[in-house]
Design a protein around this ligand. Structure first.
Ligand code: HPA
Length: 290
């Protein structure tokens, strides 16, 4: 009951397109940060430990930022880190809200929309995912080449506000080729196991059935998860560039002998964090120059 009350109050406070709230957050952040980040990194489940070695770090809890959603999931901290990483100003969103928590698509994307309005031009989305393609084994990473949105929801639905961008957003090239090439080269140099593939986003929060996974495979999915696509849609509408990386934390349902547990997702994500961290650190100067 308490949760329902919190969500309904959030929803009624939002303007129809969410623009007013995002603009207010953008002003709030700009007044606080010491340098303008051009790159923001969204950290997914179990990947919160990626943040270390940030210089001049400022940490702001989501709960003290107006309109920010509060991630309820274990493995999501709910803090914004700002600092310099290898000489480039960067923002880390440590924790994201999901549709399955009861947030609306507009609430889920408010943090990335606010950062885009505040001047971030390149977004790196990270998430945990179940591996469907044979090479998508736990501990490997997938660079999104494309996605299948099976969430049945989009943050672009609703009254159109042209301040966000086009009503009908072109999705022909969603995941920037140059950023992907940069990340792929760095992974090879660092011997980080990585491949390119298609991410299928489902609403969750139940894991998929083996029949769903077999169907997704036939439809061209290489990995499956419950996040990322709403944020990607929102920032693409703004014209920002996107690199998305999934940490494969498990074989998807029916593809291994074990059953799926959320604890396994966070544990494997945490174990893969050092690789993700040195990988992001290596590409950040290049991303900041883009
Ligand atoms: N399915 C959906 N989401 C996930 C999975 C999965 O197998 N693993 C990590 N996130």
């Amino acid at each position: 009951m308490k949760i329902a009350a919190r969500h309904s109050s959030l929803i009624t406070r939002h303007s129809p397109s969410g623009y007013r709230e995002a603009a207010e957050v953008a002003r709030y952040l700009r007044a606080r940060w010491r340098a303008q980040p051009r790159v923001a990194i969204v950290l997914g489940t179990g990947l919160q430990d990626v943040v270390h070695g940030l210089e001049e770090m400022q940490t702001i809890a989501y709960k003290s930022i107006p309109h920010f959603p509060r991630p309820s999931g274990e493995g999501h901290r709910g803090v914004l880190h700002l600092g310099q990483w290898r000489g480039a100003p960067v923002a880390f969103l440590a924790g994201r809200a999901h549709l399955y928590e009861g947030y609306t698509p507009a609430e889920v994307v408010l943090p990335v929309r606010a950062l885009a309005l505040a001047g971030v031009r390149v977004f790196v989305m990270t998430c945990a995912a179940g591996g469907i393609a044979p090479r998508a084994t736990p501990g490997s990473f997938m660079l999104f080449s494309d996605h299948l949105n099976f969430q049945g929801a989009s943050p672009l639905t609703g009254p159109h506000d042209a301040r966000w961008g086009n009503r009908f957003v072109d999705m022909t090239v969603t995941y920037d080729g140059a950023l992907r090439a940069l990340a792929g080269r760095a992974a090879r140099a660092l011997h980080i196991p990585c491949f390119e593939g298609v991410y299928a986003s489902l609403p969750g929060p139940s894991f998929e059935t083996p029949a769903e996974i077999r169907s997704l495979r036939r439809l061209g999915a290489d990995a499956v998860g419950m996040s990322t696509v709403p944020e990607v849609l929102a920032v693409r509408q703004r014209g920002a560039r996107v690199l998305a990386i999934a940490t494969i934390t498990n074989r998807a349902a029916g593809l291994s002998r074990t059953s799926l547990r959320h604890e396994e997702v966070t544990e494997v994500g945490q174990r893969a964090s050092p690789d993700l961290s040195r990988w992001l650190e290596a590409i950040l100067p290049g991303l900041a120059r883009e």
